[in-house]
Design a binder for this molecule. Structure first.
Ligand SMILES: NC(=O)c1ccc[n+]([C@@H]2O[C@H](COP(=O)([O-])OP(=O)(O)OC[C@H]3O[C@@H](n4cnc5c(N)ncnc54)[C@H](O)[C@@H]3O)[C@@H](O)[C@H]2O)c1
Length: 145
């Protein structure tokens, strides 16, 4: 029995290792998935390995408010509703002591790993699950749109 039949999920960082593995599992359990990633080439490769009828893709940057609105709208347009956002993007940036950390890299990491998760919180009617990085959070879900 498929435990997530009829559900719809967005997976950010969908072109990465954990994003792809999660998408494969969600699809096998009956979920329709919108894969979101900034890397268009890797995203289409991942989509090509998954069931075409269950997966769509959206090239977007989770640190952009406009992009977040766009991919949430796209998931709903495409699949009719939205239950879960798996907020999985993570970027390491530089590895350096905070006192020496390049500011541009620091801003990029904070924008993707922290602001990116927070922005998705504006979509309060979908459950949000974040992979463990610097901004892990689990938000309450009402599961209806
Ligand atoms: N792999 C591990 O062992 C591990 C351990 C602990 C936590 N994590 C966390 O799990 C998450 C996924 O890990 P992974 O190993 O699959 O990573 P990964 O590097 O394989 O995938 C991350 C994906 O995020 C995408 N991405 C980066 N910045 C983006 C942005 N601004 N907007 C949209 N997409 C963007 C990248 O293009 C990439 O496809 C990350 O948050 C990571 O920090 C991973």
């Amino acid at each position: 029995m498929q435990r997530l039949q009829g559900k719809v999920a967005i997976i950010t960082g969908g072109a990465g290792g954990i994003g792809e593995a999660t998408a494969a599992r969600f699809v096998s359990e009956g979920t329709k998935v919108l894969l979101v990633d900034i890397d268009a080439g890797a995203l289409s490769q991942v989509a090509g390995r998954l069931d075409a009828g269950s997966v769509a893709t959206c090239v977007a940057d989770v640190s952009s408010a406009e992009d977040v609105q766009r991919y949430v709208a796209e998931a709903i347009d495409r699949f009719g509703r939205l239950h879960t956002i798996f907020s999985n993007v993570g970027t390491e940036g530089a590895i350096a002591p905070i006192t020496d950390y390049p500011l541009e890299a620091f801003d990029k990491v904070m924008a993707a790993n922290v602001r990116g998760v927070r922005r998705q919180g504006d979509r309060r009617r979908a459950g949000i699950v974040a992979t463990k990085n610097s901004a892990r959070t689990v938000a309450k879900s009402t599961l209806h749109i």
